[in-house]
Every structure is written in C-alpha cells, then in structure tokens.
Design a protein around this ligand. Structure first.
Ligand SMILES: Cc1cc2nc3c(=O)[nH]c(=O)nc-3n(C[C@H](O)[C@H](O)[C@H](O)COP(=O)(O)OP(=O)(O)OC[C@H]3O[C@@H](n4cnc5c(N)ncnc54)[C@H](O)[C@@H]3O)c2cc1C
Length: 485
C-alpha cells in the first residue's frame, strides 16, 4: 500500500470515528458542504480539511480532540468566521479537522440577581445581547459582526468593539471559562467567582489565544444595568487632539457615561454613503474630525421628563456640548431625536468595514496608540500615505486609542503599482516610535503572523512559544496561527 493510500485509509477511519461522536449529519466531508467553513469573511483565506465536525456538547468536543490528538491531526476551532486575520480556516499542508461550535449555542443559565450568564461558545453575540435585554440587563459587547460572530470567537480574539471605552474588551467581561485542552481534558471553571486568586488564571491564557491552546466551550459573563436614558449624536470636532479633550470633558461631567466615542472623518463617511446610498451623512459640509458619540445612564432620575417634554440627561449633554462649542472644541453637532435616528447613526458606524472593503482594493491596519500620540501619528501617517499614492480611510474606537487605518487607492486599476510594502514598513516603524501596537483588537491569525517575528518583543514571543509547546506539545491546536513553534 502506498503512503497516499495509507493516509486515505487513516482519514477514512478518522471520519468514521467523527461520525460516531457527532453523528453523520454533523460530520461534513463533501467539498460543497465544507466550502463555506473553509473560507472566512475576508475571502482572502481558503483552507482544506478532511472534515468539518459540529459537536453538540463539551463531551463531544473532548472526544473529537482526543481522536485528533491520537492521530496527530490539526484541529481548527471555528465560530462565525467573521475573524479578519484568517485564524478560523485551516492552513495548507496539514491534515485538519474544522471543529465548528455552531451547535454548542445554548444559554445554560442567567442569574438576574448575580448579574451573570453562562453561555456556550457557539452562541451568536446578538442573541446574547437580546437575551440580556429580555431580562432587563445589558451585555455590552457590540460591533458590526454581532449578527454572525459567536461568543467563543469573541473570547478567542478578545474582541473589542464600540463599547470598550465603558465596559472593556471581552476579557474584562468574562469571569469564568470551560474549555477542552489539546489532550482532550476539560477545564470547568464556570463558578463565576469574581474573586479567585488560586494561582495562574487559565481563563486569561485561553482568552485571546485564537484557538491555539484549546477549544473554549462555554463561559460566564458579567451583565450590566440597562440604561434608562441615552443620548446619541454626531459631532464635528475642531481637531483630533481636541477630540480627546472633548471625550475627557464629557466623561468628567457625566460620571464616565460615555459608551461609544467613534472617530469617523469625512472620507470614511463619504465611502459609506457612496456604497450604501440609503445612508445619509449626519452633518452637512466637510466634517474633518467627525465623532459618533453615545452616552448612557441607568439612573432613573436622569430619565426624568422635563416640563417641555425633553429628557434631563439629554438636556445635560446638550448643555455640555454648548460649552464645548463656546470653547471652540466642537464646531457642529446633532443629537438623535428618536430611536430611529439613533439606529441610523449606528448603522452608519457599523457599515464602515463592509463599505471600505466593497469600495475597492485596500490594506487594513488595526492599530492602537496612547491617546496623546494619536493625532501626531495620523498626521505623519497621512502625509506619507498620500505621498506614496494611497488614500487613507481612517475610523476608530477613539476612546480606546484604536484606529482602523485603511490604506486605499483612488484608482483601483493602479493598486498593483502602489508601494504597499514601503507604506506598511513606514507605518510599523512609526507605530514603534509612538509606542503603538500592530494589532489592537482583530488578533494575529495568519495575516499578521510574520509581524510577530519582527515586531513582538523577543522575550514576550519566547514566553508565548514556551507556553504553546507546554500546553500543546504536538502542535495540533490551530497550527500556523498567532505563534509559530
Ligand atoms: C463587519 C465586521 C466588523 C467587525 N468589527 C469588529 C470590531 O469592532 N471589533 C473586533 O474586535 N472585531 C471586529 N470584527 C472581527 C470579528 O468579528 C471578531 O474577531 C470576532 O470576535 C470573531 O468571532 P467569530 O465567531 O466570527 O470567530 P471566527 O472568525 O470563527 O474565529 C476567530 C478566531 O477564534 C478562534 N475560535 C473561534 N471559536 C473558538 C472557540 N470556541 N474556541 C477556541 N477558539 C475559537 C478561531 O480558530 C479563530 O482563530 C469585525 C468583523 C466584521 C466582519
């Protein structure tokens, strides 16, 4: 029997065992059935797998991992495939099984008094937001992919989004985890204790590990009081530097009530309105430094209706904005007068990635900087990008110092001629000078793997390699992603 025949026989045996564990209907092997699972949202990464398996319980996940470990087959955990770095699809050259968590999607329990819920990894983010809302609470993690991404993917990428300025990243929201390690053993740390200093916190190793240390199967999350009043608006601010001052003044005056502070300059708004003609720009004219702002309060007194029918909290925000206008920090502003207008502002914000991606060829930087260094970074970066023939399209979760800086091009035909490597190299050295990070919230996956070797501090990278080798000595857990051993 040739080596190829032997491999084929082994693969067939693995598929048979997978069928026994998860059921034949949940073990996909036909290329047409697997196709969707082997490509991610970006369309840039395509993988191959001997099977896609969809377990329905933690026990099944554990059995699948034990099987793959015994046969030295790579395992690629997968959620909603909205990741932007190619982390959720297999790499070429390794026999892989994709483990989709889509059927492991239950909300196991919700503790209204304790303000927590225990949810399974495959639950879709928007479903969790809705479940919290039904119980009078808020699960604050939110961003454009909420209708498709899963909480397991959110944990594994330590997703950020638009509410981090108030509630933190996914890591800050999670207080317990259940996971299957590369040998198939199960960690069950779902007690939801807010204090537990009994040694290394394995939860924090698994969060942000992009599936390289194990498969997250469930987690406990904090829930928050539901706001009784909100104000959402769009500001034209005098400069990017001034925007940080505006954020701090609003935070100081509202007791830290800013939920979103999103940088949306005119070029980005123009692209959105061009790609989605039913979306209207929120302010007239050329708004160089546009900010989408949301503040919220759960204090019942803030929701009080005044004699003229207006809401106290919104009046207070208008008052603060009036003062900021007098001080020359804000040039123009609009505040949503209805839920519909609020929805339109959020749609504008959440359409940006899709709009930029549809508009033409582009290279996306997902970077973070100390707040004080954002304005000088953007100034220098824009100058160089324009000089080299690129069109910068920048948006960002400004309150977190996170910029999505897209290097686009005015003429798609010319894209191939533009010096992409030169502009990237300029961006990364500028980032280093300004103490920034080359991956703020999207992770490393395959797309930024090479950068880890050049930009990550060598001692930190070495520590990551030691951990990966110790926890996954056979390198079967999502190999070729995030860290190379
Ligand atoms: C329109 C759009 C807007 C976006 N906006 C934001 C944003 O504002 N902020 C942000 O942070 N991200 C954003 N993203 C990126 C993406 O949505 C997040 O990275 C998200 O957390 C990925 O979740 P997912 O379920 O789709 O994971 P997938 O894409 O399926 O997987 C992502 C990574 O996690 C691993 N993984 C998935 N599930 C598990 C599991 N159960 N156990 C172990 N590993 C697992 C995968 O192997 C892969 O490495 C956006 C994406 C899109 C398309």
């Amino acid at each position: 029997m040739s080596e190829a025949d032997l491999l084929e026989t082994e693969c067939e045996a693995v598929i048979e065992s997978l069928c026994k564990i998860a059921g034949a209907a949940n073990t996909l092997t036909e290329p047409s059935d697997m196709a969707a699972y082997l490509e991610d949202w970006t369309g840039q990464y395509h993988g191959e797998a001997i099977a896609v398996v969809r377990p329905a319980s933690t026990h099944e996940v554990s059995e699948i991992v034990k099987l793959c470990a015994a046969k030295d087959i790579a395992i690629v955990p997968q959620g909603g495939r909205t990741g932007l770095c190619g982390g959720g699809v297999p790499v070429q050259g390794r026999h892989s099984v994709v483990v989709s968590l889509s059927r492991l999607n239950a909300i196991r329990s919700l503790d209204v008094a304790g303000r927590t819920f225990v949810v399974e990894a495959g639950a879709v983010l928007e479903v969790l937001q809705e479940e919290a809302a039904k119980n009078g609470l808020v699960f604050p993690l939110t961003f454009g992919a909420k209708g498709s991404c899963t909480i397991g993917g959110n944990l594994s990428t330590n997703a950020g989004g638009s509410n981090v300025v108030r509630y933190g990243n996914t890591r800050e929201l999670c207080i317990g985890i259940e996971a299957v390690l590369p040998d198939g053993s199960i960690i069950n740390a779902l007690t939801g204790l807010r204090k537990d200093n009994t040694g290394y916190d394995i939860r924090h190793l698994l969060i942000g590990a992009e599936g390289t240390l194990g498969i997250i199967t469930a987690a406990v999350f904090k829930l928050f009081p539901k706001p009784t009043s909100r104000a959402t608006g769009f500001l034209a601010v005098s400069s990017l530097d001034a925007a940080i001052g505006v954020l701090n003044r609003i935070q100081d005056r509202t007791g830290g009530a800013v939920e979103a502070f999103e940088y949306m300059p005119q070029p980005a708004v123009d692209v959105i309105c061009r790609v989605f003609p039913d979306i209207r720009p929120p302010l007239e004219g050329n708004v160089e430094t546009g900010i989408m702002l949301e503040v919220a309060s759960s204090r019942p007194s803030d929701a009080a209706e005044m004699e003229d029918g207006s809401i106290k909290f919104q009046n207070e925000l208008m008052e603060i904005m009036g003062e900021l206008m007098e001080d020359g920090l804000i040039i123009d502003a609009m505040v949503a007068q209805s839920e519909q207008q609020r929805g339109e502002l959020w749609r504008l914000r959440e359409s940006i990635l899709e709009a930029i991606t549809k508009a033409g060829p582009v290279y996306h930087l997902d970077i973070s900087l100390p707040l004080a260094n954002i304005a000088p970074f953007v100034e220098e970066m824009d100058r160089e990008a324009l000089r080299l023939g690129f069109r910068p399209l920048t948006v960002g979760h400004l309150g977190d110092g996170n910029l999505h800086y897209a290097l686009a091009c005015t003429d798609a035909e010319r894209w191939a001629e533009l010096p992409l490597e030169e502009v990237k190299s300029f961006a990364f050295s500028l980032l280093k000078r300004f103490n920034g990070s080359f991956s703020a919230e999207h992770g490393i996956g395959q797309s930024k793997l090479a950068l880890m070797g050049t930009l990550k501090e060598p001692s930190q990278l070495a520590m990551m390699q030691v951990l990966k080798s110790a926890i996954d000595p056979k390198n079967i857990m999502n190999p070729g992603k995030m860290v190379v051993v």
